[in-house]
Write a protein that binds this ligand. Structure first.
Ligand code: ZN
Length: 152
């Protein structure tokens, strides 16, 4: 009797925690809502169109940037933060292939790095002017962080 009650209790716990996989309507989350809210309004339409465009190598890099526009330690971006116009314009029309390999050590903003050749279009952050680096993805630069800047 005691084990039957225990089994029933466990079954009720499982029933509450298991998400039905068939027929469950889960509202789709817009994966680009965050980045579209962070870019200047005049770029939102062009960025949304490009993110929804045909798949190619440029889209691969753009979606990497759009999905994670700041380093993990800088999340969530502070209210009112905007990605600088120069960066948005660059990723919308990149002069060469890139990947999102560097971040700002002060504010965490993600910036592109040349993929096929050594190119650093943003050796300093277009938002706060502090140095960008590969290491800044993992942690803020203590010297750059002193300014306490945020993108925008
Ligand atoms: Zn910065």
């Amino acid at each position: 009797m005691r084990s039957t009650a225990r089994v029933a209790r466990l079954e009720s716990i499982v029933a509450r925690s298991v998400v039905p996989s068939v027929g469950a309507a889960v509202p789709a989350r817009d994966p680009w809502a965050e980045i579209l809210s962070l870019v200047p309004a005049e770029f939102r339409g062009a960025l949304a169109a490009k993110l929804g465009g045909p798949y190619d190598a440029d889209l691969e890099a753009l979606t990497s940037w759009a999905a994670a526009p700041v380093a993990p330690w800088a999340r969530p971006p502070a209210a009112g933060v905007q990605v600088p116009e120069a960066l948005v314009a660059w990723v919308l029309d990149p002069p060469h292939r890139y990947w999102v390999g560097h971040h700002c050590g002060a504010c965490g903003l993600a910036v592109p790095v040349g993929l096929d050749r050594p190119a650093r279009p943003f050796p300093t952050c277009p938002a706060c002017g502090k140095p960008t680096s590969f290491a800044a993805y993992y942690r803020p630069d203590p010297e750059a962080k002193e300014c306490g800047s945020q993108p925008g």
